[in-house]
Design a protein around this ligand. Structure first.
Ligand code: GLN
Length: 238
């Protein structure tokens, strides 16, 4: 039986607006295809598992980001080499910000990031809150919910995940949402993002299988409920 290990970073502090649903989605979509999925929750002080096939990290309050920063910096070399080697990863909101260079909060604290993504985040006076719809060449329409004070700016040459159709995305100004690097996806979308955007979930699973077994082919699933959830989210007002 094929088997994948999903590293879930800091579920205690970094888990907002349903983010935990992302690991459940990965697990179920693996199981429906006869693939075993082990979810390993990682909290500060824990030991990392030996083999990591998918990395996931969710969002958190500024205070939570502050709490996990030292631990995240200890993991940075390992996370960097995994991402450079093509390990699929999804980081949402608070951890998206900290996979970047820094998050300067509206209160003036600078939380240094681990710089895997060449992006910078500055806290604004107004929170960017609401349902969001965006469009990605790679993944099609992506829908979700955002709630952040941080405004993230991509350095030149960094590829966004998508273009915003409705909502704020990275900063409410340049029309970009999220970032892409190798098989890493950074995004502001909670809700959670994966159940209603199953293509993203399958991208992560397929890349993990390709890396581990040399074949990323996935049996198609019906996705009827997932598509309904997608449409329902897409039709919500901001
Ligand atoms: N604390 C960060 C911000 O407000 C991240 C929020 C989140 O993860 N939803 O920008």
């Amino acid at each position: 039986m094929k088997e994948l290990t999903i590293l879930h970073l800091y579920p205690h502090e970094m888990n907002l607006y349903g983010d935990h649903g992302n690991v459940l989605t990965l697990k179920r979509r693996c199981e429906w295809r006869g693939i075993k999925a082990n979810i390993v929750a990682y909290e500060p002080g824990d030991k990392l598992p030996k083999n990591i096939d998918i990395i996931f990290g969710g969002g958190g309050q500024d205070s939570g980001q502050s709490v996990i920063q030292d631990s995240l910096h200890q993991l940075a070399p390992t996370l960097k080499s995994l991402v450079s080697a093509g390990t699929p990863a999804l980081v949402i909101c608070g951890l998206y910000q900290l996979f970047g260079k820094f998050f300067k909060t509206f209160d003036g604290e600078t939380i240094p990031g681990i710089g895997i993504l060449n992006v910078e985040t500055i806290g604004g006076a107004e929170r960017l809150i609401g349902n969001i719809v965006c469009e990605s060449e790679e993944f099609g329409e992506i829908v979700g919910y955002e709630n952040h004070s941080g405004q993230t700016f991509l350095s030149k040459g960094v590829q966004p995940l998508a273009r915003v159709v409705r909502g704020a995305g990275n900063n409410g100004q340049d029309g970009f949402e999220g970032a892409r690097l190798n098989n890493l996806i950074g995004s502001y979308l909670h809700g959670p993002i994966l159940p209603k955007n199953p293509r993203l979930a399958d991208f992560l699973i397929s890349k993990a299988l390709e890396n581990k077994y040399g074949d990323g082919a996935l049996e198609p699933l019906s996705d009827a409920a997932e598509n309904l959830a997608h449409q329902s989210s897409a039709s919500r007002p901001r």
